[in-house]
Ligand binder design. Structure first.
Ligand code: ZN
Length: 197
């Protein structure tokens, strides 16, 4: 795939996501998202302290509203894989809620995920839950791609939500309007401690 193809897919997927989650999604969260193709090295500095960056195909920077895509992997990955990755990253973007910036503490909330950056350290809450839900939706809307990230978590989510259903999961994830149910959901997760890491 060429970088141009990648950028065309990126634009099409933005529209697809707005359509796939109509009513739950705020399109302005997606309209402002940019994509940047760059060479990843372990030295590439991110706002966040990522490690082993050169092996990661892409990640999303909330503060920059930008998906950074690993230049070396663009030509190696096939179309389905790239669609799966971009869809996943765009769901991070579209589930953005807020950033609170204080002198020595920044809190970023998106989807079920809370990240706190304090004195050079990053604390994650519900990261794997968030990644699992994102990959679950990504698989449903674009198709399962072997070896794309967080498949184990996505698989767990499909069991976890059997009783809840997709439409409620979408509302919980994007809108946080069903607070009571969210509490219930989190109670189940706390019982299965894995999701807290
Ligand atoms: Zn992710």
């Amino acid at each position: 795939m060429t970088e141009r193809d990648l950028k065309d897919i990126f634009i099409k997927l933005k529209k697809k996501i707005v359509n796939d989650f109509k009513g739950n999604i705020n399109p302005s969260n997606l309209n402002c998202v940019k994509i940047q193709v760059s060479g990843f090295t372990n030295k590439l500095k991110s706002v966040y302290p990522y490690r082993g960056l050169k092996d990661i195909p892409a990640f999303y920077e909330h503060e920059e509203r930008t998906i950074l895509f690993n230049k070396d992997l663009v030509k190696l990955l096939d179309r389905d894989f790239i669609i799966n990755i971009l869809y996943h990253e765009l769901l991070h973007a579209s589930s953005f809620r807020k950033i609170d910036k204080h002198k020595d503490k920044t809190t970023v909330k998106s989807g079920f995920y809370t990240q706190i950056f304090k004195k050079g350290k990053k604390i994650n809450y519900f990261k794997l839950l968030n990644e699992g839900v994102i990959q679950y939706f990504t698989n449903k809307k674009t198709g399962f791609v072997k070896d794309s990230g967080y498949q184990w978590e996505a698989n767990r989510i499909s069991f976890l939500i059997e009783d809840i259903g997709d439409s409620i999961l979408e509302k919980l994830f994007f809108k946080e309007i069903l607070k009571g149910l969210k509490k219930l959901f989190i109670k189940i997760l706390i019982a299965q401690k894995f999701w807290l890491s």
